[in-house]
Design a protein around this ligand. Structure first.
Ligand SMILES: Cc1cc2nc3c(=O)[nH]c(=O)nc-3n(C[C@H](O)[C@H](O)[C@H](O)COP(=O)(O)OP(=O)(O)OC[C@H]3O[C@@H](n4cnc5c(N)ncnc54)[C@H](O)[C@@H]3O)c2cc1C
Ligand code: FES
Length: 340
């Protein structure tokens, strides 16, 4: 049975979609080419949290970090998990303009694949019909694993203005994409892409910006930095804290150095968590965030990295006297770790 769902956007526009009882609201919206916010699609990140104004639904499964029982009681749902039991009206936390950036299919072929550290590949793809693939700096795309009916999410590590697109991919022993890249991938291989996806993207840079990256969480941060460097009117300070486990995990430092010249006011700090490291700054990024970096809560903070790091930073920021008012984050959840 199919139900009519009204998606009410922040700018007052309402769009109607049909959704089957065995289909999630996010999937139905996606089919209708309406790009409502979501990230993990696993009930793990909470990005798709929306308010149900009317109607009944099966809430699906999720973890507490994404939606608490109290929130569920007061009418919130996760569109990536919820299936309708009646017609519904749902408030979507984005504008209709953002929602119309519908995900599309693209084909990429491998231009280069380079192991830029013991644990990280840099993948560069030439995109067929490049002018039809639009994305915002910070967003990601789902990349198919050849010969498997599966895909993995990767954040673009370059500005949307670039012709070839690049990704930083951490080697995860035993992982599907990792094994493909290590053992089989060769120049010219074709990969299917679906996207762009995600609500982690650069907003208009009106306030000082603090970027926090963990491991290959540097990828979307590089895309953001490169886009900022193309903005001739940029006049806000930009700071980056980049944390890794071992010093040899640090990548793309030349690029980061070059942003010191191409951005009006940019600096960055690398932090290594291995206690035996000789690196100048040790520990976690939270050990090195000085209060002035957060201003009086008026610094725009962008955070990307593995789930544990993102959670630690979120707690740290929430505990500040003046937590940042504009705080955006992306967790690199793996399909396996996201299962609740
Ligand atoms: C929004 C988003 C953006 C992302 N962007 C990036 C990015 O830019 N760069 C990046 O490096 N990563 C990124 N990721 C993570 C990425 O999508 C993959 O999860 C990661 O690359 C691992 O993929 P894989 O196929 O190599 O490993 P997977 O096949 O997913 O395996 C992951 C781990 O689980 C183990 N495993 C597999 N199956 C099972 C099982 N059944 N039971 C127990 N263990 C199992 C594997 O051995 C491996 O250790 C992002 C994730 C999200 C959600
Ligand atoms: S997209 Fe729904 S919880 Fe992550």
């Amino acid at each position: 049975m199919s139900h009519k769902i009204a998606l009410a956007f922040e700018d007052g526009i309402t769009q109607f979609i049909q959704c089957d009882e065995n289909q999630t609201i996010a999937d139905a919206a996606y089919q209708a080419r309406i790009n409502i916010p979501f990230d993990c699609r696993d009930g793990a990140c909470g990005t798709c949290k929306s308010f149900c104004e009317a109607g009944d639904f099966d809430e699906g499964s999720f973890i507490d970090d994404a939606l608490t029982e109290d929130e569920l009681e007061s009418g919130y749902l996760l569109t990536c998990q919820s299936k309708p039991l009646s017609d519904m009206v749902i408030q979507i936390a984005s504008t209709s303009e953002q929602a119309k950036t519908s995900a599309s299919l693209a084909k990429g072929s491998i231009r280069s694949l380079e192991r830029i550290s013991p644990g990280v590949f840099k993948l560069s793809l030439a995109i067929e019909k490049r002018d039809e693939l639009h994305y915002l700096p910070g967003q990601y795309i789902n990349v198919s694993v050849p010969t498997w009916d599966q895909s993995r999410s990767y954040s673009f590590s370059c500005s949307p203005s670039k012709n070839e697109v690049t990704f930083l991919i951490k080697l995860t022993p035993g992982g599907l994409m990792t094994e493909y890249l290590k053992e089989e991938a060769k120049i010219g291989d074709e990969l299917n892409l679906v996207g762009p996806m995600g609500t982690f993207f650069l907003r208009e840079p009106l306030n000082p910006i603090l970027l926090l990256a963990g491991g290959t969480g540097l990828a979307p941060i590089l895309a953001i930095l490169e886009s900022l460097s193309e903005d001739e009117l940029l006049d806000v300070p930009v700071r980056l804290m980049y944390g890794v486990t071992q010093e040899c995990d640090l990548v793309e430092l030349n690029k980061l150095d070059a942003f010191r010249d191409s951005l009006p006011d940019f600096d960055y700090l690398t932090v290594v968590s291995d206690p035996d490291s000789q690196h100048e700054c040790k520990g976690y990024v939270t050990d090195h965030i000085a209060p002035e970096m957060l201003g009086n809560g008026d610094t725009d903070v962008y955070l990307c990295g593995p789930p544990l790091m993102v959670e630690a930073v979120r707690k740290f920021l929430a505990a500040q006297e003046n937590p940042p008012q504009n705080f955006y984050f992306e967790k690199f959840t793996s399909p396996v770790s996201a299962v609740s």
